[in-house]
Write a protein that binds this ligand. Sequence first.
Ligand code: RB5
Length: 141
Amino acid sequence: MIIAMGADHAGFLLKEKIKEYLIKKGFEIRDFGTDSDKSCDYPDYGFLVGDFVSKNRTSLGILICGTGIGMSISANRIPNVRAALCHREDFARLARQHNHANILCLSGRFLQEDEGFKIVDAFLEAKPEKGRHKRRVEKLG
Ligand code: RB5
């Protein structure tokens, strides 16, 4: 499974830390940038990662900006994307299980690195649940 990653300047540092963490765990990462803490615009990266996840249905994405809000708004404009902004492990787990979220959005400014790792682990380890949850996700189109 490929993990597509993207961030703006405010998420750059946490993106680099999470990328390193996931590579050590054996994940294949596709990094769409940004490549520094120089100011840039979150929609540019939200759309790139959203497009990739939309076209590669077995992949998942991680997007990081200052709050995670801009990234979630951007990515959710792309068809087939279900981007969830999560500040807690249990939200990340439930976003996968109940909402079949395929992109995790994180805050680079309000999360410590170890909190970010735990939220990412919860997201990647959880599996989408069938039954009523599948039916509800299908209604999203
Ligand atoms: C950048 O200053 C900040 O506005 C951006 O990273 C993000 O938090 C927007 O939602």
